[in-house]
Design a binder for this molecule. Structure first.
Ligand code: SF4
Length: 407
């Protein structure tokens, strides 16, 4: 993409949230039940697996994005199409994420409204630097995850099903989440901490109500959604921070138990649908810090997502199963950021490394400092109606017209 084309296209596309009418009557695809020969449950199926969930299990609901899967050896199998794993679940089996189950030939979510984390946080912490800067997001999470990253900082909730941990949780309705977000002064709800696709039913019910209440919706996601899942949430999804874990399929397969290609497709698809996208890469010494690979990743971002797509490079800290891997050296982050800028990216940030923190947003055209930050807050705002005061170039992002800094 040439520079002038990018500069002209960006403001038009992204200086406001997508215009989508609130549609309270919108209905997701109806769940489809797999068939048992003669409608008899297969031998060995326990009565508890026959579904639907009882009144005493308020978190168990029929799920979306399931379809019957013909397996002659396991009648009643279903396939979950929420994420790119596309798990085939025999009766009673639970998917890789640990929270979606085949009950009697129907796909169920096991965590509807069972939240493990709810809190208001600066949106810069997610991180979003170009989306409603200086505002608060109300974070929501369940347990479970479709990845099993060895370095997960939230493993007590994301890997609870693998680790035998029972995280603290509470039951809430989508309406209650929206009320809590409004009461907390948040301007958006962030579906975060674990991959939101795995609780897409609760997320989308909340997103619809949030939009009606004038709130925005953001995903902090590993990008492993299927196109079908993106289509479901896209009308209500304003922004996504997509975790680009590495620039190689090898890393995805060995460290996260996934593939890289679906993540790349999600980045492109969300951009195509007008969802504001920021990208984050946790740079891990010895795993994904190869300079050539990081440079190639920056080049891919520049080409596929555009030069004004923010890229957050963050420092790894020892965690979970990678407690003996050292933190990322500052020099690695600095040289990766420098290479990314040379590759054409205009908004490259360094996070979680105070000595080399790079959190100032500069004009993509002339380099004028536009937004300064400290400790996840906005400290200086030099934009004039979303534009650089010097060259008038519009900063790419959403909600940039008004300063969040008191004058
Ligand atoms: S959301 Fe869960 S059950 Fe569905 S495909 Fe992904 S990992 Fe499998």
């Amino acid at each position: 993409m040439d520079e002038s084309a990018a500069n002209e296209a960006t403001p038009e596309t992204f200086t406001k949230a997508p215009e989508v009418a609130f549609d309270s009557a919108a209905t997701p695809p109806a769940p489809v039940r797999a068939h048992f020969p003669g409608e008899e449950p297969p031998a060995g199926l326990r009565i508890d697996d026959l579904g639907p969930g009882s009144e005493s299990e308020p978190n168990i609901r029929q799920a979306w994005l399931g379809e019957p899967f013909d397996d002659p050896l396991a009648p009643g199998s279903v396939r979950c199409n929420a994420c790119a794993h596309r798990c085939v679940l025999r009766p009673s089996r639970i998917g890789i994420c640990g929270v979606r189950q085949n009950r009697g030939g129907w796909l169920y979510t096991l965590v509807y409204g069972e939240v493990t984390v709810t809190r208001a946080e600066p949106i810069e912490k997610k991180p979003f630097y170009h989306f409603l800067p200086g505002s608060f997001a109300y974070s929501v999470s369940t347990q479970g995850c479709n990845f099993h990253c060895s370095f997960c900082q939230n493993w007590q909730i994301s890997q609870a099903h693998r680790e035998g941990v029972v995280p603290e949780s509470r039951n809430v309705t989508p309406e209650a989440i929206v009320e809590e977000a409004v009461a907390a002064g948040a301007r958006s709800i962030a579906y975060t901490y674990v991959e939101p696709t795995i609780f897409i039913e609760f997320a989308l019910d909340t997103m619809v109500r949030a939009r009606a209440a004038g709130l925005h919706n953001v995903f902090v996601t590993n990008g492993y959604e299927t196109p079908e899942a993106i289509e479901l949430v896209a009308p209500y999804l304003d922004a996504a921070n997509i975790d680009l874990k590495a620039g190689s399929d090898n890393f995805y397969r060995h460290v996260a138990g996934a593939m890289w290609e679906p993540v790349r497709e999600t980045v492109v698809e969300m951009k195509r649908r007008g969802i504001w996208v920021e990208l984050t890469t946790l740079v891990i010494p010895g795993f994904n810090d190869d300079p050539d690979e990081l440079r190639a990743l920056a080049e891919w971002i520049e080409t596929a997502a555009g030069p004004e797509t923010p890229w957050h490079l963050t420092r790894f800290e020892p965690a979970y199963k990678m407690k003996h891997t050292p933190p990322t050296p500052a020099a690695t982050l600095v040289s990766a950021a420098q290479a990314a800028r040379e590759a054409g990216l205009r908004h490259v940030y360094i996070g979680n490394a105070p000595e080399v923190e790079s959190s100032v947003t500069c004009c993509a055209r002339c380099g004028e400092p536009l937004i300064s930050r400290a400790e996840f807050g906005v400290t200086e705002w030099n934009l004039v109606e979303g534009r650089c005061p010097r060259c008038k170039h519009a900063l790419a992002g959403v909600g940039l017209a008004d300063s969040p800094v008191a004058v």
